[in-house]
Write a protein that binds this ligand. Structure first.
Ligand code: G6P
Ligand code: MG
Length: 223
């Protein structure tokens, strides 16, 4: 099937800021004496900052007030933003850059669908802010993934129906959001092999064949 647009998650799909999120939460959690590891971190993929904090606080020894939670989230974001300042166009992989160019050259629209409030900063740091036809991020949504809102808004900006767009995600929460919003999806990284994803990919460039209609979806072909 051909798609008129691709909506990309950002962290863990376009670039590896997922690791910076981990480092920043880890510093905050260590200082608070809260146990935190990579497997808890995987549950934070696609989840908003405050909802992520709630997941981390499941392992806390005490309860935190709303004001304390705000302070912890702000502390994490400060550390995270410092890490982002080290990013440059060198953090955009050849595979991602070449695939995005190929899609654009083929007339396919490209968009961002990210829960992050730092999405635009990241896109500017890696030099591709103006490549996208639509950016839907943590600043224009009220419900984070697995709610489909961020993708529905991206499709709305593009003026396309969900069925015309492919969502690319590394988070199970994001694949669920795509599914519930009526989008086909490609799962990669942590979400590679997710049963609800239409396709599973290992390498980013596999998207070209999928989007341009040269590859069938996983499992029995239904259309
Ligand atoms: C992405 C990441 C999440 C992160 C969320 C909010 O979806 O996968 O791990 O919590 O964005 O990011 P922010 O930059 O707004 O804290
Ligand atoms: Mg992600």
């Amino acid at each position: 099937m051909n798609y008129q647009a691709v909506i990309f998650d950002l962290d863990g799909v376009i670039c590896h800021t997922d690791n910076y999120h981990y480092q920043a939460w880890k510093q905050m959690a260590d200082r608070e004496g809260i146990y935190f590891d990579e497997s808890i971190n995987s549950r934070l993929r696609g989840v908003s900052r405050m909802a992520s904090l709630e997941i981390i606080l499941e392992r806390a020894q005490r309860t935190y007030t709303a004001a304390e939670k705000e302070a912890l989230a702000a502390e994490k974001n400060e550390i995270y933003r410092q890490l982002l300042m080290n990013m440059s166009p060198a953090d955009l992989s050849q595979d991602v850059a070449a695939t995005l160019r190929q899609l654009k050259d083929a007339g396919v629209k490209i968009a961002i669908g990210s829960s992050s409030r730092n999405a635009k900063t990241i896109l500017r740091q890696i030099g591709i802010f103006d490549w996208f036809d639509a950016i839907s991020d943590g600043e224009n949504i009220t419900r984070s993934k697995p709610d489909p809102e961020v993708f529905v808004k991206a499709a709305g900006i593009l003026g396309l129906a969900p069925s015309a767009c492919l969502v690319v995600e590394d988070a199970d929460a994001g694949i669920r959001a795509a599914h519930d919003g009526g989008f086909h999806s490609a799962g990669m990284g942590d979400a590679c092999g997710n049963d609800e994803a239409t396709y599973s990919i290992i390498a980013f460039h596999e998207l070209s064949d999928i989007v341009l209609g040269k590859r069938m979806q996983n499992g029995p072909v239904t259309e």
